[in-house]
Design a protein around this ligand. Structure first.
Ligand SMILES: N[C@@H](CCC(=O)N[C@@H](CS)C(=O)NCC(=O)O)C(=O)O
Length: 208
């Protein structure tokens, strides 16, 4: 699969980890290059990364949509499955997975917005109430996510590696890399990140 994106993007990382876990080779086209940026404009109306071009030529954009398609086509491999179900017990797990993904996305999108709004040359934006609101959202959403870690450091008491764990590792790795949230002042979150970074499916996929 061809993957348009950057090595720093936490959303691109989610797809790189799933692809590695499923044993699927990925060629990354860096969208910071003129060629990559032009391809991104051509292939995605939204203009965000990741965008995937599957081996059969399908073009798919958005990390959640790409990962859903990959697991539908190739199965879950060693990952913890997650998906629509009519089984009531599994429905609770599915709801929790969905809520975790939305909570993590909420924190990450707010942190990304704030990071770009605070870019050098835009000092006035720092005082804007919307920027402050983003910061509050990062704090409240990350506090909620942290509460979902049990005393063994598992997300919502669930074993294994699933999409919420991959999303959280990717978000925390980016937050630490860009200093947009003080991950290391939150020992449960820092320990979660450090432990998962040693997983062979995740190791070495972080921002650099
Ligand atoms: N919901 C999207 C979010 C993707 C996203 O926000 N990507 C960022 C990079 S980490 C991006 O491309 N931002 C460029 C922009 O907003 O113009 C997904 O899951 O793929």
């Amino acid at each position: 699969m061809l993957l348009l994106g950057t090595v720093t993007s936490p959303y691109v990382r989610r797809v790189r980890v799933v692809a590695r876990a499923l044993g699927l080779p990925v060629t990354l086209l860096d969208t910071r290059s003129p060629e990559g940026a032009a391809e991104l404009r051509r292939l995605s109306p939204v203009g965000k990364v990741p965008v995937a071009v599957f081996d059969d030529g399908r073009v798919v954009w958005d990390s959640a949509v790409i990962n859903r398609a990959l697991t539908r086509i190739h199965g879950w491999g060693s990952l913890r499955p997650s998906g629509p179900t009519l089984d009531h017990q599994l429905l609770d797990h599915q709801l929790l997975d969905d809520q975790l993904m939305v909570g993590i996305d909420g924190a990450l999108d707010a942190a990304i917005n704030r990071f770009y709004l605070r870019a050098p040359g835009e000092p006035l934006l720092d005082d804007h109430p919307y920027v402050e609101k983003q910061q509050q959202r990062v704090i409240t959403a990350m506090a909620w996510v942290e509460q979902q870690l049990d005393d063994q450091g598992r997300l919502a008491g669930r074993p294994g590696l699933g999409l919420p764990e991959i999303a959280l590792v990717s978000a925390l790795g980016w937050m630490r890399f860009r200093a947009t949230f003080p991950v290391d002042e939150h020992p449960p979150l820092a320990a979660f990140l450090d432990r998962h970074e040693r997983d062979a499916r995740i190791e070495g996929t972080g921002p650099r």
